[in-house]
Design a protein around this ligand. Structure first.
Ligand code: SAH
Length: 208
């Protein structure tokens, strides 16, 4: 997977490649799909949701430009795989999920695999985490019509958001950088690549 799917497509960050090498992806998919866990595609995880393709996880992680001082917010815990990758590189990972059964399964994996820098919450992540916290990095792993202002407000300065933004069934990966020293009060927005994610359902996403 590391060579044929990631390095060959241009992933170079050694922290990302190391995390992708270490996290046991087969433990984040349903039992009957374990043999397909390292295939080059997204897989169903129940509740009509998916664990993203390995390349997409690696690409989004690389685009976050993480270091071990970063506090990261992930919106859309799903299986917990992306959070585990982030937890290998960052200082702390906060992850929020709206479907209780998926969150419970992910929490069990974090305990079994001894991730003690991942903090979880059940709720509507389209409103962000709340509690007045600020995050150095924010990754949205569900498709959103736009990045909600409440989430931008929870981004530190400097800070980076990576999110699939667009229509319900097709999006672009967007990188938003807040850095008032460099860009003043305007956010720097870059469009990366087309992608397809399951929808963000909530107050500032789509309705159910
Ligand atoms: N990052 C996940 C994959 C995410 S799939 C992984 O590594 O497996 C997208 C997830 O976002 C789904 O689990 C879905 O239930 C969740 N989701 C959708 N809308 C949400 C919202 N408003 N708040 C929190 N989670 C949401």
């Amino acid at each position: 997977m590391i060579h044929s799917q990631l390095i060959s497509r241009g992933i170079t960050d050694k922290f990302v490649l190391d995390a992708m090498d270490k996290v046991p992806r087969h433990l984040f998919v349903p039992l009957d799909l374990q043999e397909e866990a390292y295939d080059d595609r997204a897989l169903p995880i129940g509740e009509n949701q998916t664990i993203s393709q390995p390349y997409m996880v690696a690409l989004m992680t690389e685009l976050l430009s993480l270091n071990n001082n970063c506090t990261v917010l992930e919106i859309g815990t799903g299986s917990g795989y992306q959070a585990a990758i982030l937890a290998h590189i960052a200082f702390k990972v906060y992850t929020i999920e709206r479907i209780p059964t998926l969150l419970q399964e992910a929490e069990k994996r974090f305990i079994d695999l001894r991730y003690n820098n991942i903090f979880t919450k059940l709720g509507d992540g389209s409103k962000g985490w709340g509690e007045g916290l600020l995050f150095d990095r924010i990754i949205i792993t569900a498709a959103t019509p736009s990045v909600p202002q409440v989430i931008i407000n929870q981004l530190a300065d400097p800070g980076i958001i990576v999110a699939p933004v667009g229509e319900r069934y097709s999006q672009s990966l967007v990188i938003i950088t807040k850095d008032t020293k460099k860009y003043g009060n305007t956010l720097n927005t870059q469009y990366q690549t087309p992608c397809i994610f399951v929808p963000l359902i909530g107050k500032y996403g789509w309705s159910d």
